[in-house]
Design a protein around this ligand. Structure first.
Ligand code: PGA
Length: 256
C-alpha cells in the first residue's frame, strides 16, 4: 500500500438526472462517516446538469465530498456550442475534472493534444485534472502497453510545471477493462502504474513520487482491496459500481 493519500472517484458518466443525483448523494453521505473522509479524498463526477444541485446539497449540509466534472473545454469562453469552460466549473467549487477518458478519446475524437490543453486549463483555474490513459486490447496483446501509456502521459503533461503536476491525478484505465467485468491483475496494474510514474519522474522530477495514480476498469467492492494492496496504486476511478451508493461506499471502505 502506498503512503500517498488515496483518491476514490465516482465517474457517473451519462447517468442520474439531478433528482436521482441528490438521492444518491444523500444516501452516500448517510453511509460514509468521518473516518472515511479522513482516510481518502472522495470525489463524485456527475453529469454537468447535476453539479449545481449537488454543490448546494454538499455545501448546505457540510458533506465533505469533493465535486468533479467529466470533461471541459480548454478555452475560458467563446463560440463553442455545447461546451463547458473550466472557469464555469471552478465557480461551482468543482475540485477535479476528468480529462481524456477513453470514451471521450474513442467516441468523440479527443486527441492527446486536446487532453493536454484541457489539463492545463483545469490547472489554470485552480482545479486538479484526472488524466486518463490506457491501452486497447490489441495494444496489450502486441506488448505495447507501456509504450502506449507512456506516450499518452508524455503528451498530456507537456508544458506542465512540476509545481502544478503535484496537483494532478492520473487514472490508468485499460480500455478492455472498462465496463466489461474484466480486470487487469493487481500485479499487472501495479507494473503499468510504475511505468507511468517513471515517465512522470522523467517529466516532472521528484514530485512524481507524491502524485496519485488511480486504477480504473471494472472496480467493484470485491476487487478493490487487492488493488489497493499494491504499492503503486493510489485509488480508483469507478464507473458502473459508483452508481450504487452502497457499492461505492464499500469501495471507499476497502480496508473493511
Ligand atoms: P467501469 O468504468 O468501472 O464501469 O469499468 C470505469 C471508467 O470508465 O472510469
Amino acid at each position: 500500500m502506498s503512503e500517498r493519500r488515496p483518491v476514490m472517484a465516482a465517474n457517473w458518466k451519462m447517468h442520474h438526472d439531478h433528482l436521482a443525483a441528490i438521492q444518491a448523494i444523500q444516501k452516500l453521505s448517510y453511509l460514509l462517516d468521518v473516518n472515511d473522509y479522513d482516510a481518502c479524498d472522495i470525489v463524485v463526477c456527475p453529469p454537468f446538469t447535476d453539479i449545481r444541485p449537488l454543490q448546494n446539497l454538499i455545501e448546505g449540509d457540510n458533506i465533505p465530498l469533493l465535486l468533479g466534472a467529466q470533461n471541459c473545454h480548454w478555452e475560458d469562453n467563446g463560440a463553442f456550442t455545447g461546451e463547458v469552460a473550466a472557469p464555469m466549473l471552478a465557480k461551482l467549487n468543482v475540485s477535479y475534472v476528468i480529462v481524456g477518458h477513453s470514451e471521450r478519446r474513442q467516441l468523440f475524437g479527443e486527441t492527446d493534444e486536446w487532453v493536454n490543453k484541457k489539463a492545463r486549463a483545469v490547472l489554470k483555474h485552480g482545479m486538479s485534472p484526472i488524466v486518463c490513459v490506457g491501452e486497447t486490447l490489441e495494444e496489450r496483446e502486441r506488448g505495447d502497453t507501456d509504450d502506449r501509456v507512456s506516450s499518452q502521459t508524455r503528451a498530456a503533461f507537456a508544458g506542465i510545471k512540476a509545481s502544478e503536476a503535484e496537483r494532478c491525478v492520473v487514472a490508468y484505465e485499460p480500455i478492455w477493462a472498462i465496463g466489461t467485468g474484466h480486470n487487469a491483475t493487481p500485479e499487472d496494474v501495479n507494473e503499468t502504474v510504475g511505468a507511468i510514474r517513471r515517465v512522470l519522474k522523467d517529466l516532472c522530477g521528484a514530485v512524481a513520487m507524491e502524485m496519485r495514480i488511480q486504477y480504473g476498469g471494472s472496480v467493484k467492492p470485491g476487487n478493490i482491496a487487492q488493488l489497493m494492496a499494491m504499492p503503486e496504486i493510489d485509488g480508483a476511478l469507478v464507473g458502473g459500481a459508483s452508481l450504487d451508493p452502497d457499492d461505492f461506499a464499500r469501495i471507499v471502505r476497502y480496508r473493511g
